[in-house]
Design a protein around this ligand. Structure first.
Ligand code: C5P
Length: 398
């Protein structure tokens, strides 16, 4: 698998002579499987033409904060949310200072403030500017905030000076961007995830189901796998491709999902119940197609087993994360489920909105456990999945 497959990267280009390397970097990121959008500061356009980057990326290059045409396409906040990684390469001394102060005077700096994605910078500047105390302090501040620094290379600079400050070669920057998604925090752990809807047969041609797309569960499988875990993805019928390196167990009904979950969870470390399991199934499945009747029909339904509760009860060693899709009193109902189902934590989300949750690409959620709650503002399900995995790793002994 390519190190950046399925990753969405905003390549931010700032004003410096190393901007000529950004075109090559864009290609290397694409070669590694990434989808790349380019944002340039006005100064960067003095060094490399946006047209070059547009032709290579296949998408319009964003340069202006107040550009009504660009905002009508993908607005800057939407772009900020779209990304998995904001990679600023080259990052000039001025832009780094701008980031430290949280300024929003250019499109790129506004995106830096608005994005929930991870951020990496590849500094490029004259060696004396790199060595200056102000730059050193700025870099330290960014590191403390979790920004990854791709340290500059040592050698002859465009100005004739020799020393550290020139941007790393595009191959190296692209490889380091790949490493950022490969942190290994779940190395050696087995994670079992349920995803998608279940289908409960009524007869040979009909069933009861729901609108779950499976996107959240699949994104969690990908994020856990990226973090180094061995992942078993138990999925109801969906139109998604199993992420690389995850073992797919395809199921149809809640009963199948329960059996597969109990089997996979034995000896696992983490169980994540992201599936939208049908609450009821037909008491008896008709062997032949049910014929149309004149005055309506009554279905005799019985309750499906609660998979996550059964798995939690059978495996006391497991960290069990559930989901609560609610339309009102979100936190109260989620806490009730946390306790009733004996979960370690629960992700609550509001499904009364059309822009997040069921079938949407974005989600907004709240992590709730016995003694805390943490809100994840609206972001792509891919990014939310990574943030959930990271939160679990950082706040719980697994
Ligand atoms: O009770 P409710 O369906 O709202 O609970 C949601 C949580 O319980 C989700 O994590 C879901 O995957 C899980 N669940 C389950 N088996 C069921 C019903 C829900 O595992 N039969």
């Amino acid at each position: 698998m390519s190190s950046l497959s399925n990753k969405r990267i905003i390549l931010g280009v700032t004003g410096g002579i190393a901007a000529y390397k950004s075109a090559e970097l864009l290609r290397r990121l694409q070669d590694s499987g990434a989808e790349v959008r380019v944002v340039m500061t006005p100064a960067a356009t003095e060094f490399i033409r946006p047209l070059t980057m547009q032709a290579l990326s296949g998408h319009p290059v964003h340069t202006e904060l107040l550009d009504s045409e660009a905002e009508a396409g993908m607005g800057h906040i939407e772009l900020a949310r779209w990304a998995d990684l904001l990679l600023i390469a080259p990052a000039s001394a001025d832009f780094i200072a701008n980031m430290v102060h949280g300024r929003a005077d250019s499109l790129l700096s506004a995106i830096h403030l608005a994005t929930p994605a991870r951020v990496a910078v590849a500094p490029a500047m004259n060696q004396a500017m790199w060595a200056h105390q102000a730059t050193t302090a700025n870099i330290e501040t960014l590191q403390q905030r979790g920004v990854s620094i791709i340290d500059p290379d040592n050698g002859i600079q465009a100005c004739g000076d020799v020393g550290p400050g020139r941007m790393q070669q595009p191959d190296t920057v692209a490889a380091m961007a790949g490493e950022l998604f490969n942190r290994g925090t779940l190395a050696g752990k087995k994670v079992v995830i349920t995803a998608g809807p279940t289908r409960e047969a009524l007869d040979p041609v009909r069933y009861i189901s729901n609108h779950s797309s499976g996107k959240m569960g699949y994104a969690l499988a990908e994020a856990a796998s990226e973090a180094g875990a061995k992942v078993v993805l138990i999925s109801g019928p969906v139109n998604l491709t199993c992420p690389d390196r995850c073992q797919l167990v395809a199921v149809v009904s809640a009963k199948d999902m329960l059996d597969a979950s109990l089997e996979a969870a034995a000896g696992a470390d983490i169980f994540i119940a992201a599936a939208a399991v049908a609450d009821y199934r037909a008491k008896t499945v008709a062997e032949q197609k049910i014929k149309k009747q004149n005055d309506g029909i009554s279905l005799d339904l019985e309750k499906n087993p609660d998979i996550v509760s059964a798995v939690a009860a059978a495996n006391s060693q497991l960290f069990v994360l559930g989901f609560a899709a609610e339309t009102e009193n979100v936190e109260t109902y989620a806490r009730d489920k946390l306790n009733r189902k004996k979960l370690s934590a629960i992700i609550a989300n509001d499904v009364s909105r059309s822009d997040v949750g069921f079938n949407a690409d974005d989600n907004e959620a709240c992590w709730i456990d016995a003694d805390s709650s943490t809100v994840f503002s609206k972001r792509s399900k891919t990014q939310l999945a990574r943030d959930i995995i990271e939160h679990m790793v950082n706040h719980h002994s697994l």
